[in-house]
Design a protein around this ligand. Structure first.
Ligand code: COS
Length: 386
């Protein structure tokens, strides 16, 4: 069901105000200190941002995908580290529970995720299993009414703050590939679970990724999500949604960068006039706008179709491929329009340039999106649906 239009507009305006008044003034500080201030986290809780995608019955706002994307577009208009604070609770950290959790599992965890009192993370990637997620080797071996987990997860967003992990692990070591994988909810304080130090990254200071190490971690069998062997599908379904959300965040960043480049180009004078009056600079601005508008349209269309119950695997991958690659080009053009200033930290453009680079990598690289799109096309062709 579509979200009430007035409530939606009020929420979007509230988020835009929060981003403009609270987050943007702190961008440089967050970039330098590598920490989003607690006051901001508290405000995000009050705004309900942690529970955007948790059903109302469990304390969230229960937004449809279209509204979630509109909010994500707003959150994208500042340093991505701010969005990342609530990002895993909104997306990959909560959605396995939302989509596949039993009523007891939902009752136990979703209210805390929605309020932001519980931080949730998604643990799929491993040192030897990145794009080839189905080859993961973390094991979950049944022992009575528990599964015993052993292995290492890598680059896990918000792991250092997480209270809860959705973990994909191999319950059937004799079955290679996607089929032997199951998904579990694992609490941070379970004995044997430890979290590594945050990695030093190219960008997105203030957002953290760490290793998560499982050393004979005993997880109750009732914490399994969906059935045994269903974990890969759980992960992929979560990523279908996550890829739309990330597309919206990236496109919000593109819109912010366009605003920055146009304002700068109208003020900065060279050859006796504002550089915005030079046609080669106009081309940089215009191409950025055309691509960003296209990305926004793709996001809205795919989100509405998901809300209507359509399978959006191909659309989500198409949107993520286009929106994140476009964002990379827009960020590059923003540096170009700013010229030397674009390379200097004080102007913040180089920070955005570094921050947005990850959009083309996480939740599936651009090359993985291409593979998904091509496979879906061939499936559709076989079914005579093209
Ligand atoms: N939704 C539901 N089920 C899905 C699915 C989706 N979007 N995509 C695949 N599946 C199912 C398939 O239907 C298949 O089940 P059946 O054997 O019952 O038909 C199963 O999952 C395995 O799928 P597939 O054979 O396509 O798996 P592959 O190992 O070939 O890999 C890719 C598929 C490459 C698409 C996958 O590994 C992937 O997305 N990798 C990138 C991972 C990623 O995004 N990592 C980012 C880190 S998480 S932030």
């Amino acid at each position: 069901m579509a979200f009430d239009a007035e409530i939606r507009q009020a929420l979007i305006e509230q988020v835009r105000r929060f981003v403009t008044e609270k987050c943007i003034p702190l961008e440089a500080q967050v970039g330098e200190t590598d920490e989003v201030p607690q006051t901001i986290v508290d405000e995000m809780k009050q705004l309900g941002l942690f529970g955007l995608a948790v059903p109302e019955a469990f304390g969230g706002l229960g937004l449809d995908m279209e509204t979630e994307c509109l909010v994500a577009l707003e959150l994208g208009r500042t340093s991505p580290a701010f969005r990342s604070v609530a990002g895993t609770n909104i997306g990959i950290g909560s959605q396995a529970l939302v989509l596949f959790g039993t009523d007891e599992q939902k009752q136990k965890y979703l209210p805390g995720i929605a309020s932001g009192d519980l931080i949730s993370s998604f643990a799929l990637t491993e040192p030897e299993a990145g794009s080839d997620a189905g080859s993961l080797s973390t094991k979950a071996i049944r022992d009575g009414d528990h599964y015993v987990l052993n292995g290492t997860k890598r680059y896990i967003t918000n792991a250092n703050k997480a209270d809860l992990f959705t973990v994909m692990a191999r319950t059937d070591p004799d079955t290679p590939g996607a089929k032997g994988v199951s998904a579990f909810v694992v609490e941070r304080n379970t004995p044997g679970l430890s979290v590594g130090a945050p990695e030093k990254k190219m960008g997105q200071q203030g957002a953290h990724v760490c290793d998560v190490i499982f050393d004979d971690v005993r997880v109750p069998a009732e914490n399994m999500l969906a059935g045994e062997g269903e974990g890969f599908k759980v992960a992929m379904s979560v990523l279908d949604k996550g890829r739309l959300h990330i597309s919206a965040v990236a496109t919000g960043a593109s819109e912010r960068l366009i605003k920055e480049m146009v304002n700068y180009a109208m003020e900065r004078e060279q050859f006796g006039k504002p550089i915005a009056q030079h046609q080669l600079v106009q081309a940089l601005m215009a191409d950025s706008q055309a691509e960003t508008y296209a990305a926004r349209c793709m996001i809205m269309d795919a989100a509405r179709r998901r809300d209507a119950g359509e399978n959006v695997t191909m659309l989500a991958s198409s949107t993520k491929l286009f929106a994140t690659e476009a964002c990379g080009r827009v960020a590059d053009r923003a540096v170009q329009v700013f010229g030397g200033a674009g390379y200097i930290s004080d102007y913040g453009i180089e920070r955005f340039y570094r921050d947005v680079r990850i959009f083309r990598l996480y939740e599936g690289t651009s090359q993985i999106q291409q593979i998904v799109i091509a496979r879906e096309l061939m499936k559709a062709a076989k079914a005579d649906l093209l």
